[in-house]
Ligand binder design. Structure first.
Ligand code: SAH
Length: 482
C-alpha cells in the first residue's frame, strides 16, 4: 500500500486516551513545539527525537515533562510508539517517519502533508473536559481554523465548569432518570435553567442546591428563570463583548432600550422574543415600573431574560435600580458590562480621554434636566487639565457653556460633540467652549450625542479615523454657502 495516496474516503474522528502510551514527535523546532504542547496534559509519554531541541522543548525536557531522543531519525525510534508526529522541516525525514510507521502499524501524522499523514490533528476548542475538534478533511486547514474561531467565540467558558459538574453527578443523574429519553428531557431543562448562569457566576454552592432541588421528585425549581443585565455598547455590533453575545444566543426574551442598535439586536437568538421598552422623556418613572414588572414576570415564567441597554448598564443606565427589584423578587441575575458612550465615542473620534500633557482625569457627567444641573459641582467641573464626558446634554448646551465659563473654564477649551458614535451615521462636530451651542445648532446636532470637553477634544482634528472628517463652524458656513 502506498503512503502517498490522498485520502479518498472520509476521515474517522476519534478521541484517543494516550495515558502511559508513548508518542514520538520527530523534530525540535517551533512546529514540533506546537504539537508537543497539544500533547502535554494527555498523560502520554512524550518522546521528542531531534539532534537538538529549541529552548522551550529543552525547558520541558529539563522539567521531565518530555524525553529527548538526540540524533537523527531511525525507524527503531518507533519501536514502542503508538502514535508519531513527523514535524521536521525536512520532507525526506518526514517521509521516512511515515513509511516506517506504515510498516510497524504506528499511526503517523505528518505536519502539513495531507498525502503522507494517516492521522490528522484537528483544530480544537477546549472548555475544561469538553473538546470540539474540527477537520476539513485535511485539504483546507485554514477553513477549519476559521470555523474554530467562530465556535470559540460562541462557546462560553462556563461550558467547562458545566461538564465537570455534570460528570461529578453522573451517577445521581442516571439513578434519578434511568430512562434515556427522560434523562435527555431533564438535561434540556437543566441546561435552559439557571445552572449555566450560576456556574458562570461562580456560585457553586447555589448550583449544587439548585441541582438537588431539580433532582427532588416533582420539583418546580427547574423552571426558575434568570436575568442578565447586558451592556450592548454604543451601536457598532463589533463592540459587543463575547459574554454579551453568548447570553444573547441563549436568551428567551430580550427587553431592550430604544438606544440599542438593530445590528446588535440581530445577534439575539432567532426565536427570542424581543420587547422594546424605550423610555419617554416624560412619565419616566411609570415606564421604569413597567420595565421592572416585565423583568420579574418573564423571569418568574422560567425564561432566560436579557435586559439589554445601550452602552454600559451601570453608567447612566439605571441598571442598579433594576437589580434591586430583581434582588427583592429573589430572581438570579448577572451583569455583563458594555462599552460606554464616553470611551466608544472618544475612540471613534480619535480623542484620547486622558493625555499626559492635557488631562489627568475624566469625569462622566449627565446633564439632562435643569434641576440635575443644579446639583453638579461646577467649580470642580470647570477646572482645567481634565476631560468632561457629558451624557444626555444636547438640550442643555447653553446652560453648560454659561456655567462652565462663569466658573472659570477657558472659552478656548476645545469640545467635540459625537453624534451617533460608532454608527454609520456618526458625525463629529468640533469647536471651542465659547461657541459650543451655536456650532451645535448650526449642524443641528441631535440625540444621541456625547459631548467631550477638554484640551484632548482638539486632537480629533488630527487623529480622527472613522467616518467623515470633523465638522466645525467654518465647514458649516462653507457648506451653507455652497
Ligand atoms: N448607558 C449608556 C448611557 C445611557 S444615557 C452608556 O453607557 O453609554 C444616553 C446618553 O448616552 C445619550 O443621550 C448620549 O449622550 C449617550 N450615548 C449613548 N450612545 C451614544 C452614541 N452611540 N453616540 C453618542 N452618544 C451616545
Amino acid at each position: 500500500m502506498s503512503v502517498d495516496a490522498a485520502p479518498a474516503h472520509r476521515l474517522f474522528p476519534l478521541f484517543a486516551d494516550l495515558r502511559d502510551r508513548t508518542v514520538l514527535v520527530v523534530g525540535g523546532g517551533v512546529v514540533a513545539t506546537r504539537k508537543v504542547e497539544a500533547l502535554l496534559g494527555t498523560g502520554a509519554r512524550i518522546v521528542v527525537g531531534a539532534p537538538v531541541l529549541d529552548a522551550t522543548l529543552a525547558g520541558w525536557a529539563a522539567q521531565g515533562r518530555i524525553e529527548h531522543r538526540a540524533g537523527a531519525f531511525t525507524p527503531d525510534w518507533l519501536d514502542d510508539a503508538w502514535l508519531a508526529i513527523a514535524a521536521t522541516d525536512d520532507a525526506d525525514v518526514n517521509r521516512a517517519v511515515a513509511e516506517a510507521g506504515e510498516r510497524r502499524r504506528v499511526w503517523v501524522n505528518v505536519v502539513d502533508d495531507m498525502a503522507l499523514a494517516r492521522v490528522h490533528l484537528p483544530a480544537r476548542i477546549e472548555r475544561g473536559p469538553v473538546q470540539v475538534a474540527i477537520s476539513s478533511g485535511g485539504g483546507a486547514p485554514m477553513l477549519a481554523r476559521l470555523l474554530r474561531e467562530r465556535i470559540e467565540t460562541s462557546l462560553d467558558e462556563s461550558v467547562g465548569a458545566l461538564a465537570t459538574f455534570l460528570t461529578r453527578h453522573r451517577h445521581r443523574i442516571r439513578a434519578r432518570w434511568p430512562d434515556a429519553a427522560a434523562r435527555r428531557r431533564a438535561f434540556e431543562t437543566l441546561l435552559s435553567g439557571p445552572l449555566p448562569s450560576l456556574l458562570r457566576r461562580r456560585r457553586h454552592i447555589e448550583a449544587e442546591r439548585h441541582f438537588d432541588a431539580v433532582l427532588a421528585p416533582d420539583s418546580p425549581h427547574a423552571a426558575a428563570g434568570s436575568v442578565a443585565l447586558v451592556g450592548a455598547g454604543p451601536g457598532d455590533p463589533g463592540l459587543l463583548t463575547l459574554r454579551a453575545l453568548r447570553v444573547l444566543n441563549e436568551a428567551d426574551v430580550v427587553l431592550h432600550d430604544r438606544l440599542v442598535s438593530d445590528d446588535v439586536l440581530q445577534l439575539a437568538r432567532r426565536d427570542a422574543e424581543r420587547i422594546e421598552v424605550g423610555k419617554q422623556a416624560n412619565g419616566r418613572s411609570t415606564a421604569q415600573d413597567k420595565i421592572n414588572a416585565l423583568l420579574v414576570e418573564h423571569a418568574r415564567a422560567g425564561k432566560r431574560v436579557v435586559r439589554l441597554k445601550g452602552g454600559d448598564p451601570f453608567v447612566f443606565g439605571r441598571g442598579g435600580e433594576e437589580l434591586e427589584v430583581l434582588r427583592a423578587a429573589g430572581i438570579g441575575y448577572e451583569v455583563v458590562p458594555g462599552i460606554t458612550a464616553a470611551t466608544a465615542c472618544a475612540a471613534y473620534a480619535g480623542i484620547p480621554l486622558t493625555h499626559r500633557d492635557h488631562a489627568q482625569s475624566l469625569r462622566l457627567v449627565t446633564a439632562h434636566a435643569k434641576d440635575s444641573l443644579d446639583t453638579l459641582d461646577w467649580p470642580a467641573l470647570a477646572q482645567g487639565r481634565q476631560t468632561l464626558a457629558v451624557y444626555m446634554g444636547v438640550a442643555m448646551l447653553d446652560t453648560l457653556r454659561e456655567r462652565l465659563l462663569a466658573h472659570g473654564r477657558a472659552p478656548t477649551t476645545p469640545f467635540a460633540l459625537v453624534e451617533n458614535g460608532t454608527r454609520a451615521t456618526q458625525r463629529v462636530v468640533i469647536g471651542t467652549l465659547a461657541d459650543l451651542p451655536d456650532t451645535a445648532r448650526l449642524h443641528a446636532v441631535c440625540s444621541p450625542a456625547l459631548l467631550i470637553l477638554g484640551e484632548v477634544a482638539g486632537l480629533a482634528r488630527s487623529l480622527h479615523w472613522f467616518g467623515a472628517r470633523p465638522l466645525n463652524c467654518h465647514n458649516a458656513t462653507l457648506s451653507q454657502a455652497a
